[in-house]
Write a protein that binds this ligand. Sequence first.
Ligand SMILES: Cc1cc2nc3c(=O)[nH]c(=O)nc-3n(C[C@H](O)[C@H](O)[C@H](O)COP(=O)(O)OP(=O)(O)OC[C@H]3O[C@@H](n4cnc5c(N)ncnc54)[C@H](O)[C@@H]3O)c2cc1C
Length: 178
Amino acid sequence: MTPARAQIVVLERPASFTGTFPVVSDLINLAYFRADGDSGMWVGSSDNADLQEYLPKPDGFDETTGAQAVSDARRKASLRFEGMEEGDKGGVQRTFSGLYETTPDWQPILDSFGSTLHVAVGFSGHGFKLAPVVGEAMAARALGQPDPFDISIFTLPRFAEERPIRSSYPYLRAKFLR
Ligand SMILES: Cc1cc2nc3c(=O)[nH]c(=O)nc-3n(C[C@H](O)[C@H](O)[C@H](O)COP(=O)(O)OP(=O)(O)OC[C@H]3O[C@@H](n4cnc5c(N)ncnc54)[C@H](O)[C@@H]3O)c2cc1C
């Protein structure tokens, strides 16, 4: 697995746009958005080109966010949400960077080694959304029960055997990200 740095920008929303809203994945403008508190909008990039900063040594990585990421976030938010042009004036609430732990096909490894070691790692920046089903599958493994559904495509040997997981309907610029 390889760590990749992901930059997040939380923008101020206008007064007319408070409260929660559903997560939005915008594969036209290559960004995703979600509510941050009552007045913020978390903006992350879905552009594979923005996530090419692979870090062989993740310790002490740069947790700040660059000016380009901030201006991209503002532009993408204003393209997708009415009123975020106004929000642009309000500015940036906070920024930070985190690490995605990526596998070669940007999908997790779900596998068992013997009857007692069960591994769920390498979520490649989308582990939260998968957590409910992964939890169910790995809990069954830990209890020695049959898999509740087929997770065999996620096994580790897929890389050595050159069977990476690929979407049937890929978004070209997002590449492995979706
Ligand atoms: C900036 C950012 C934005 C993201 N946005 C989204 C999103 O919108 N949607 C989504 O689905 N996913 C998102 N993700 C991905 C999601 O956060 C991860 O896929 C998920 O947290 C991975 O879960 P995990 O349990 O595998 O690993 P982690 O959450 O990293 O948990 C591993 C735990 O192990 C602990 N640990 C490490 N080493 C040791 C050790 N030696 N001994 C004991 N404990 C140890 C760590 O402290 C940590 O608590 C995002 C990630 C980042 C960085």
